[in-house]
Design a protein around this ligand. Structure first.
Ligand SMILES: [Zn+2]
Length: 397
């Protein structure tokens, strides 16, 4: 007979558990501040015990909530929204795919998508002409990309005129500047291109002169830079996607990148920066609040951090109310079925509902119940204020 490894594990776990039960719950003692040994959990203060059945892996453990409470799904946003963090990608190459996307956006009440696909030169002109020639011409606008390859003395002498040409062609801002700036792009001299490299300064200054918002994604969630152990909140994601790990022997630390980024924000007070993903500080709103207080030229976009907003409904509510002029709606990866999770978090008081990706968050979300004036600012008014090139009509007064 072939005995499977899981059966052996089960038998071992069972006998360990049975032995503990035999001790009448005395368990394995630990001292204050200590953790239980592997495979055990603290059942009484200072006393650990193993489950009497083999535990499922965290991949398979999907408990069904028995909570009965009012649920108010929100398929359409209450006010038309501007998705400031759009990645339509191939959908801007033909009138047909553009029109298909816009009919999906209609269902969701997304009035406008800002395409943050780093287009420049011919590709940007092509996208703008597809949009301008379509019946949906007021539903998408495009940001310009900056080419950070080969930065060194004189780099900006080409980058600034290219940006000016892209603006002339119809770009309404810059972005999305990707996390590769800071993490992986190298300079001409072979060193890492730091986010606050002075060779980049003329571009940030040009953005101020041209009145262009700069949409910038820096680093990734701080857990991606931390050891991948039982204490890492994103263990599952990091195990699924090894490319998201940033081990310290190969990458700058999270704090190093944040420091470089904040230098740029502070050194260019006339340039309007929009930190993508709330700067990866949605899990530390007091920190983002201090940044907003110190840097009036800074705004933040909230794409892909809904799991952090929705797990602190009271603190997030208060934060959004306090900084209602500084936060922009954005979604990031284009998937129409995911927008309603955002509407539900922002517009309802619902308790304990699912997020759309288990591997991002093993916890549930709660509605933060934003007041209507705050919703309007976050959904569209703040974006209109920041980017003068966006279509002005069709927004509620
Ligand atoms: Zn993005």
């Amino acid at each position: 007979m072939r005995i499977s490894r899981s059966l052996v594990t089960a038998l071992v776990a069972f006998s360990v558990g049975a032995a503990l039960v035999a001790q009448r719950g005395q368990g394995t003692p630990i001292k204050a501040g200590e953790e239980c040994p592997p495979g055990m959990t603290e059942v009484r203060p200072g006393s650990c015990q193993a489950p009497t059945m083999p535990p499922p892996s965290i991949v398979d453990y999907r408990p069904r909530s028995t909570l009965v409470t009012a649920a108010h799904p929100v398929p359409r946003a209450k006010y038309p929204a501007i998705d400031f963090h759009g990645h339509p990608q191939g959908r801007l190459t033909s009138a047909a795919s553009l029109s298909e996307m816009v009919s999906e956006l209609d269902q969701l009440n997304v009035g406008l998508m800002v395409a943050a696909d780093n287009l420049s030169g011919d590709r940007l002109r092509q996208a703008v002409s597809t949009i301008a020639g379509s019946p949906q011409k007021n539903r998408v606008r495009v940001l310009a990309g900056i080419d950070f390859r080969d930065v060194g003395p004189g780099w900006a002498d080409k980058a600034v005129p290219q940006l000016e040409a892209d603006v002339k062609a119809g770009a309404v801002g810059v972005g999305e500047i990707s996390k590769s700036l800071g993490l992986s792009v190298m300079k001409r001299d072979g060193s890492r291109l730091k986010i606050d490299d002075p060779d980049l300064d003329p571009v940030w200054d040009a953005c101020a002169r041209l009145n262009l918002p700069v949409f910038i994604h820096t680093a990734d969630p701080q857990q991606f830079f931390a050891p991948i152990d039982n204490h890492n909140e994103r263990w599952l994601e990091l195990a699924l996607f090894p490319g998201r790990r940033y081990p310290s022997d190969r990458f700058p630390s999270f704090e190093e990148l944040m420091t470089e980024r904040d230098h740029v924000f502070a050194r260019h007070p006339r340039t309007k920066f929009v930190a993508a993903h709330m700067g990866w500080h949605a899990n530390d709103l007091p920190r983002l609040g201090r940044m907003f207080d110190a840097m009036p030229n800074l705004s933040a976009e909230l794409g892909a951090v809904l799991y952090d907003i929705g797990r602190q409904p009271r603190a997030a509510h208060d934060f959004f109310v306090k900084y209602q002029d500084r936060i922009l709606f954005g979604k990031d990866a284009y998937e129409p079925s995911e927008y309603p999770y955002y509407w539900r978090v922002f517009e309802t008081r619902d308790d304990y509902f699912d997020y759309y990706r288990d591997y991002h968050a093993f916890w549930k979300l709660y509605g933060i119940d934003l007041p209507d004036p705050v919703l309007r600012k976050v959904y569209y008014a703040n974006a209109l204020k920041l980017a003068p090139g966006l279509p002005r009509d069709a927004w509620p007064q």
